[in-house]
Design a protein around this ligand. Structure first.
Ligand SMILES: *[C@@H]1O[C@H](CO)[C@@H](O)[C@H](O)[C@H]1NC(C)=O
Ligand SMILES: *[C@@H]1O[C@H](CO)[C@@H](O)[C@H](O)[C@H]1NC(C)=O
Length: 190
């Protein structure tokens, strides 16, 4: 393994220990959005809830996706830190197998393996449910999940449906945390 990969695994392990997203055995294989259309998915999404991810400490978390000429997706993630600064990072997402368009890989650093990005369910216009799980040596897996919305609020009815879908996928929904999406006026749309 290269130093990068070792660091990646260590940081994931630290995140997992911190966020308790560490489970024995292999990743679950939840069903994903049928006929996923990546074009309709472009634009800005706001994070409503997430499974603990220690690398995101801010509020007003948002992601903006835009299609690049080569068919890959530019990812721009931004959040507002407690000191008032905006923290952002750019990455690239791609569909690896065209027969599985709802399964993407996202990479933020060159040389580091892609993180999985599975769109479990979306209507493109209001909500999206995203799941990410990585297997380690067949011994344990580390997972993340995000409930995203086109606006900074999502109705309780929709959140509740998405909780049911996550639970059906074997995810412990009690581990979800709500992202603060108030006082976000300084954030821009992209
Ligand atoms: C995907 O969505 C775009 C934008 O709405 C549309 O033009 C395109 O035809 C759709 N692709 C498929 C395969 O349905
Ligand atoms: C969310 O952020 C606002 C504005 O900074 C703050 O007033 C509020 O207390 C925060 N809410 C929670 C639940 O932390």
């Amino acid at each position: 393994m290269k130093a990068f990969q070792v660091l990646f695994v260590l940081s994931l392990a630290a995140t997992a220990a911190h966020g308790q997203s560490f489970h024995s055995g292999f990743c679950p294989r939840p069903s994903v959005q049928d006929h996923f259309n990546v074009t309709k998915y472009m634009g800005t999404w706001y994070e409503i809830e997430k499974l603990p991810a220690a690398f995101e400490k801010g509020k007003c978390v948002q992601a903006t996706y835009s299609l690049l000429a080569d068919g890959t997706v530019k990812v721009h993630n931004a959040e507002l830190l407690s000191n008032g600064k905006i923290n952002s990072i750019e990455g690239v997402a791609r569909v690896k197998d065209p027969s599985q368009p709802a399964i993407l890989g996202v990479s933020f650093f060159k040389g580091v393996p892609d993180g999985p990005y599975w769109v479990l369910s979306t209507d493109y216009q209001s909500y999206s449910l995203v799941y990410s799980c990585s297997d380690f040596f067949g011994l344990f897996h580390v997972d993340f999940a995000w409930i995203l919305a086109r606006t900074r609020v999502l109705t309780d009815a929709v959140i509740s449906q998405l909780h049911d879908k996550l639970a059906a996928a074997g995810v412990n929904i009690n581990r979800l945390t709500v992202t603060n999406q108030t006082g976000c006026e300084v954030m821009q749309k992209s």
